[in-house]
Design a protein around this ligand. Structure first.
Ligand code: BDP
Length: 604
């Protein structure tokens, strides 16, 4: 799915701002057809944003079920004869869209875009009413997974309902990303797929263009970063060859521009020329080994919740750069595409994750891969969600590894039958990018690890296991990583390791929750990573403190951030910066961090 980019043939109109909003407290909106008339009793609500933290109303913060958004749509008279598309960057988790009271589209899944062609339904020069019903409920058939439970017992009022979910981040909801109207010519470029191979100093850019219209009018041009035309063609599929290409890679956000013309339509796609490949012990970008330094993150900030904000995205990018990170994982759901654009332009490697999280009850007797819980319906939705993710992100050079789930209960026998088709479907769509599952810290048997290319392991020694016992980390971690590598013969990224840390809390000797503890905790992990050649990356959990559901183990959120939720550094941020920006050692510095050696010094 092509990102709506403005150019001389396509217009984009941003529908962000204050919309009218109403909570459906008694689940009556569908029955009483709220979409037929302008919504009554509304408040103003910013779009994009989560609705949860905007007001002072705790009922709204914890709301379970539907809310309604509404605004007027004015269609410029000059758009007559154009295709007019309404596009939502994401609505969390399910959306029903009405135009002037008529249902014109629905979408399941809270983290990927969807579009509705309004051309036949609207009047250029006219005014329309757009209504959006948003449902935040999570079940065993949604991604993420959850359960809506009614607690009908003596301790709760009749019908008392709670939303349970088996992950910690807060279930923010609303219209989270940009809503736009965009236009194209009636004959238009519908999709572009690209892939690069490298050979003897040449890059081969294979492309495929889907159009609605006469494909004989297609013209394709490739410009280098300086704007020089380096290759061109006149076919809907083919190969463009570039001699002495400037390659995209970690720290090198070098982008070419693929310009596609189809009669009066035009689209410019940024492309990075690069290859990726995985061996038993290495992750190769352009045939050179890389070492992943970075974080699991969240789309999360004060007040906005998960709503996309260029200010936060840009601040985070500067902090990633400051600390010397070269990569991140979109834990635990696809992030706004704007984050991937930034990663493309700044040479960051991205592990792109589907929102399959919460498929684990952390209890050996409580099975989740079964008919009543994660079942065939969930699987079909999982496959469809991966397809949507692939269609959105396939052309981003920054996306070097797909993650099809986080911490699913892969120790259960049923996990194999569930994941085999999901992974097969993912590979059928994209045979060229490696894929992974982020594996959980409990129960070390695994029925799916042989199906993936890279082992992403989340490990919490001295935190969830033997809390506080820093001295145990190295022995336990090294034994475990060696064991996984021996069993599966694949390179390992430790995709989560971290300790909750209250900024400003100091203690020596280091005790849990203090800044000193976080620093020492990370050091123990790093000593192990540096000894093991098959460890190809370290992603600290988490980049920043983030909002969670309320519970006994969280004091106003998860504090494992290396930065606070307001993006200020804890002591650990300075320690990581020192490690990640360390000068490669030469003769005079024999004690170089081994990640530098592993990455052949080409990461900074
Ligand atoms: C891991 C989860 C992550 C949590 C983290 C934690 O993958 O989402 O936030 O634990 O508890 O198991 O901090």
């Amino acid at each position: 799915m092509l990102y709506p980019r403005e150019n001389e043939s396509r217009e984009v109109k941003d529908l962000g701002g204050l919309w009218r909003f109403r909570r459906d407290a008694h689940h009556e909106g569908f029955e009483n057809k709220w979409f037929l008339e302008p919504l009554a009793d509304t408040v103003e609500m910013p779009v994009p944003a989560s609705y949860n933290d905007i007001t002072t109303d705790n009922e709204l913060r914890r709301h379970i079920g539907l809310v309604w958004y509404e605004r007027d749509l004015f269609i410029p008279a000059g758009w007559s004869g154009r295709r007019i598309i309404l596009r939502f960057g994401s609505v969390t988790h399910e959306a029903h869209i009405y135009l002037d009271g008529h249902l014109c589209g629905s979408h399941r899944g809270g983290f990927l875009p969807f579009e509705i062609d309004l051309s036949a339904r609207i009047q250029p020069g006219g005014k329309h009413r757009l209504t959006v019903a948003v449902d935040n409920r999570l079940t065993w058939q949604t991604l993420p997974s959850g359960e809506v439970k009614t607690l009908d017992d003596a301790d709760h009022p009749s019908g008392y309902t709670v939303q349970e979910y088996h992950f910690d981040f807060f279930n923010y909801a609303g219209i989270h990303r940009a809503v736009v109207l965009y236009t194209t010519a009636p004959a238009y470029i519908a999709d572009i797929t690209t892939r690069t191979t490298l050979e003897n100093g040449w890059a081969h850019l294979y492309y495929e263009i889907a159009v609605v219209g006469d494909p004989s009018t297609i013209e394709v041009q490739l410009h280098d970063p300086a704007g020089n035309l380096v290759a061109h063609a006149k076919a809907s599929a083919g190969e463009l060859r570039v001699e002495n290409p400037q390659l995209w890679g970690p720290g090198r956000g070098i982008l070419y521009t693929l310009t596609v013309r189809l009669s009066s339509d035009l689209y410019r796609l940024p492309v990075g020329l690069r290859t990726v490949r995985v061996t038993r012990d290495q992750f190769l970008v352009n045939e050179e080994p890389v070492y992943f330094k970075g974080f699991g993150r969240h789309e999360d900030a004060d007040f906005r919740g998960r709503g996309f904000d260029h200010v936060i995205a840009m601040k985070d990018l500067h902090l990633l750069n400051w600390i010397g990170a070269n990569s991140f994982r979109t834990s635990h759901y696809p992030y706004a595409e704007e984050h991937l654009d930034l990663a493309d332009r700044h040479g960051l490697l991205v592990i792109d994750e589907v929102a399959a999280v919460g498929m684990h009850l952390f209890h050996r007797e409580k099975i989740v891969f079964c008919e009543e819980k994660v079942n065939a319906c969930t699987q079909a939705h999982h496959i469809e969600t991966f397809r949507e993710l692939y269609m959105r992100d396939k052309n981003h050079p920054s996306v070097v590894l797909w993650s099809v789930a986080n911490e699913a209960a892969t120790h259960e026998a049923g996990a194999r039958a569930y994941f085999e088709p999901v992974i097969a479907a993912a590979r059928a769509l994209d045979p060229h990018r490696p894929l992974t599952i982020a594996h959980c810290p409990m129960m070390d048997e695994c029925h799916v690890a042989d199906l993936v290319d890279v082992l992403c392991l989340n490990r919490y020694y001295a935190w969830y296991f033997d809390p506080g016992h820093l001295e145990l980390i190295e022995g336990q971690l090294e034994r475990n990583l060696r064991d996984w590598h021996r069993r599966f013969g694949k390179p390992i990224i430790v995709s989560e390791y971290g300790a909750d840390t209250v900024a400003g809390l100091h203690n020596t000797p280091p005790v849990m929750f203090s800044e000193e503890f976080q620093v020492e905790f990370l050091e123990h992990y790093h000593r192990v990573f540096d000894r093991l050649d098959f460890v190809i990356g370290e992603h600290v959990w988490n980049f920043a403190d983030f909002g969670t559901k309320e519970g006994l183990s969280r004091v106003n959120g998860n504090r494992k951030g290396v930065f606070t939720r307001q993006r200020q550094p804890k002591m650990a941020a300075h320690a990581l910066r020192k490690r990640w920006l360390a000068e490669p050692a030469g003769k005079d510095h024999p004690h170089e961090a081994s990640w530098i050696a592993k990455s052949k010094r080409n990461l900074t």
